[in-house]
Ligand binder design. Sequence first.
Ligand code: CDP
Length: 242
Amino acid sequence: MHVRPAKFFDENGRRLDGRLPDEMRPVDMKVGVLSNADGSAIVSYGKTKVLAAVYGPREPLQKYTVLPDRASLFVRYHMAPFSTEERKSPVPTRREVEISKVLREALEPVVITELFPRTVIEVYVEVLQSDGGTRTASATAASLALADAGIPMRALVAGVAIGKVDNVVVLDLNEPEDNFGEADMPVVAAPDLGLITLFQLNGVMTVEETQKGLDMALKAISELVEKEKQTLRSSIEEVDVE
Ligand code: CDP
């Protein structure tokens, strides 16, 4: 959407897509969606849809920095050319390089890399369809794909973006809210460890709004992590039955 909507809320306080300010979009999670990867997941938050594939731990095929005491974590976030309203060039942009870095930092604290010295664990995230919040949905998908690959983890992470639109703090921004709102605050956390592993703020919010937004994000992230656990459990049960 290239034009700012006239208003972001209707007379009942509902957003353009019918949600209340503290409501998540419908979330869908699946693991084991790719047979050629060691672990994989597809996650959607409404129209935002991302695919994550994990390989490893394995000996580096490319020239990664090999660490003597632990595995290196490599993360590549990429938007497919067809994922945006206007075709996106497949060439990685600075934005994608930066998001790859912050996603690696969001995942590193939960992966037990010390168990696999001199190896690499590769995480590829492909945005299939974007409607806001792709970095946070990517963190959720990567967490699931790492677990699906059987990589030992201290905890699972999940992410969601908070924003401020027409002076209201809202959960799980969609693209018009992200592009035309007053602030965008993506959060990734590991609730079981009490850790926030990604926290960014573009725009301006008061201290109170930031605190309120963080509380909303952490509540939603706990629910997302529970859903990750259920998704992983049911994938194991399916394998047991076969
Ligand atoms: O996706 P995320 O909110 O993590 O990152 P952003 O940089 O705040 O981008 C917000 C949204 O803008 C994305 O989710 C896409 O829907 C859109 N976008 C786009 O359409 N084309 C791009 N090259 C980058 C972003």
